[in-house]
Design a protein around this ligand. Structure first.
Ligand SMILES: [Zn+2]
Length: 169
């Protein structure tokens, strides 16, 4: 009797473990992670957690979709070759090869790196704009417009404080 009971317990444990795996594979975060090969769930931090990691200025932009003052970022004049990473989670977002001087006062790019950003339409101003954010941590980076240079015609208008530049060594 004793052994039968423990057998049943072991069985139900196995079943619940299997169900746990199944729900993991069906979870939308896992699906996202599999396309970008990034562990998104690791970056689902609370606002207080983000606040403790970021400067107040970076928090305002990355987590509250704020916009930095134009011409306030040193990255406007950054001309070296290298990669621009998300200041929230360090994911590489842009290459210096696609950076251009838009004259707007914000670092601008005509293309992001593959599997780096996601977009959504925002209605903060009366005209809808396409907001974009880091695919891994969800940190707001800027807005993308269709008045950029060739070859894409896109202009990714990025907050400098949301980026960390790593020059090619
Ligand atoms: Zn990020």
């Amino acid at each position: 009797m004793q052994s039968n009971l423990s057998l049943i317990n072991r069985r139900s444990l196995l079943i619940s473990a299997f169900a746990g795996h199944l729900s993991f594979f069906l979870h939308p975060l896992h699906l996202l992670a599999s396309t970008g090969s990034e562990d998104v769930s690791e970056w689902s931090l609370s606002k207080p957690e983000w606040k403790s990691r970021l400067s107040p200025e970076a928090f305002n932009v990355l987590r509250e979709e704020g916009t930095e003052r134009p011409f306030s970022s040193v990255l406007n004049n950054e001309k070296r070759e290298g990669i621009y990473h998300c200041a929230g989670c360090d994911l590489p977002l842009f290459s210096s090869a696609s950076k251009f001087d838009s004259g707007t006062g914000w670092p601008s790019f005509w293309q992001s790196l593959p599997d780096a950003i996601e977009t959504k339409v925002d209605f903060k101003l009366i005209v809808p704009r396409t907001e974009y954010h880091c695919i891994r941590c969800g940190g707001h980076q800027g807005h993308v417009f269709s008045d950029g240079p060739p070859p894409t015609g896109k202009r990714y208008c990025n907050n400098g404080i949301a980026l960390i530049f790593k020059p090619e060594s």
